[in-house]
Design a protein. Structure first.
Length: 510
């Protein structure tokens, strides 16, 4: 790095590593919540008298609020201060979790989940953007994002273990109450140790039309995919949601291109490295969400695992993610260009997914599922780490919150697409198998049960083939679009204009 660049770089925050502990804790809480409630849902549904038709809203209410408000939350963090947004988000998330744990009926539960999503949308982009503005040295940034990436990738699997324990040995309410100590510790620690750079706020007036268009457009998109899963792709309301989303988001882009202080400056999206991250990561998350769903059902329904045993069965993936992120990604990020971590990382994950296409009713966990999970974890962990760091590649510090929100948005939309798309593919393949073996299935008894199990596994393996293709596409996008050099050396400089271009050197430490 040149002397000029060195003189421009802000002094390192002495409390940055302490701050990372509390930021990571908050991120873990948010990611845990995405899967922990899935394990508890059957018990909660019975206790609260939620109908089968409405139970999906326990998941959907959170997803709609979180996905719809992320860009707004990211800009609020930029404008109001990321530390303030982070602490308020934590406190609000804790209160919403307490409300959910104490729910005495369907309405109270759904309201609590929507509130959790809203405060999560404030908290998540604030957490990632705090890392972006606090860690400016290339090697330290690699370590910090390695830890953050491991949590972002593996936290969902940890949620399956914790959710299984709490549901099986206490009750479903503790899957909500467990968030409260996480939030209190993270908020208290963050308030004491985080020192946000004074000049990194965005003082521009809030873009109200952008807020309305982006929020309604994203809500329509996420709801369209979640409805497609239950009602089908040709359902009238599903189609209306997709059309409305396309129109609203197109109008959002037109508004953002013209207003003086846009909610999402188009330069944040159009810079090829950030755009490559948002697109490749969103696609990869489609395959990951589908896998969690299928493996959970396969292990519990087909193999007869308990919730706790199912949670532990995901440990190899967690170990792989932590190793890939902190030992491979973080160590190599300052030595090789990010695309040479992300592209091969997605391919290794695709290889693990390819193994799972061989699933059968009697498949061995040690011989097939364990090595597949290790490859998936290693690949995703290696790819997630530079992806999280590049999310704020070359961005003006005043836009760090909304740039971080775009990563969360791509993951949230990817998760909604993954659950709906892959579940639909699996259901179609299962139905086709049962149609072809109708006589055996109708026979009942052990033979009929075996056909039912084989039909389920046929559905899973068909959907997993699609997930393999999606991961290959993620790899191609990462290798094609991402062209920045390794941190600290240079390579192609992020394209942009105005302040965005001027502040590249101190932010990324090229």
């Amino acid at each position: 790095m040149s002397k000029t660049a060195a003189s421009l770089a802000p002094a390192a925050d002495p409390s940055r590593w302490k701050a990372l502990v509390f930021i990571a804790l908050a991120q873990l809480m948010v990611v845990l919540d995405a899967t922990i409630v899935n394990i508890a849902l059957p018990s909660a549904q019975t206790d609260l008298g939620i109908s089968d038709g409405n139970r999906q809203w326990v998941i959907t209410a959170y997803a709609l609020a979180f996905g719809g408000l992320l860009l707004f939350g990211g800009r609020i963090a930029d404008k109001w201060g990321r530390k303030n947004a982070f602490v308020v988000g934590l406190i609000g998330f804790a209160l919403a979790s307490a409300l959910g744990g104490a729910a005495n009926g369907e309405a109270m539960m759904l309201g609590a989940r929507a509130l959790q999503g809203a405060f999560g949308a404030l908290l998540a982009p604030a957490a990632l953007s705090l890392l972006a503005v606090m860690f400016t040295d290339a090697k330290e940034r690699a370590k910090a994002f390695g830890i953050y990436g491991a949590i972002a990738g593996g936290g969902g699997a940890v949620g399956l273990i914790l959710g299984g324990f709490l549901t099986e040995y206490l009750n479903w309410r503790w899957t909500f109450f467990v968030n409260i100590p996480f939030a209190i510790v993270a908020a208290a620690g963050a308030w004491m140790v985080i020192r946000e750079p004074a000049d990194s706020r965005n003082r521009a007036p809030l873009d109200i039309p952008g807020v309305v268009l982006s929020t309604t457009g994203l809500v329509a998109l996420v709801y369209g995919f979640t409805r497609a899963e239950s009602a089908g792709w040709s359902d009238a309301l599903t189609v209306v949601m997709f059309v409305a989303s396309a129109l609203l988001l197109f109008a959002f882009v037109l508004v953002e291109a013209k207003v003086k202080s846009p909610l999402l400056p188009l330069r944040v999206l159009l810079e090829r490295n950030r755009g490559g991250v948002y697109l490749s990561l969103g696609l990869a998350v489609i395959s990951m969400f589908g896998l969690f769903l299928f493996l959970t059902y396969y292990l519990q329904v087909v193999k007869g695992f308990s919730p706790v045993k199912t949670g532990f069965a995901f440990l190899p993936m967690i170990a792989g993610m932590i190793t890939g992120s902190t030992q491979i990604g973080a160590r190599l990020m300052t030595r090789v260009p990010p695309r040479l971590l992300m592209g091969p990382g997605f391919l290794v994950a695709g290889l693990g997914m390819l193994l799972l296409t061989q699933l059968e009713v009697g498949s061995s966990y040690p011989a097939l599922i364990l090595p597949a999970q290790l490859l998936l974890g290693l690949g995703m962990g290696t790819a997630f780490m530079p992806a999280m760091s590049l999310a704020t590649h070359g961005v003006n510090p005043a836009d760090a919150g909304v740039a971080s929100a775009m990563v969360n948005t791509s993951q949230q939309v990817g998760g909604a697409i993954g659950t709906a798309l892959l579940n639909t593919i699996a259901a179609s393949a299962t139905t086709a198998y049962l149609t072809d073996h109708a006589a055996e299935a109708a026979a009942g008894g052990p033979a009929g049960q075996l056909i039912q199990a084989q039909a389920m596994v046929e559905g899973y393996s068909s959907a997993i083939w699609w997930a393999v293709g999606i991961l290959v596409a993620s790899s191609v996008i990462a290798l094609t679009l991402i062209n920045t050099g390794r941190p600290g050396v240079g390579g192609p400089v992020a394209s942009g204009s105005g302040e965005d271009a001027e502040l590249k050197v101190p932010v990324i430490a090229h």
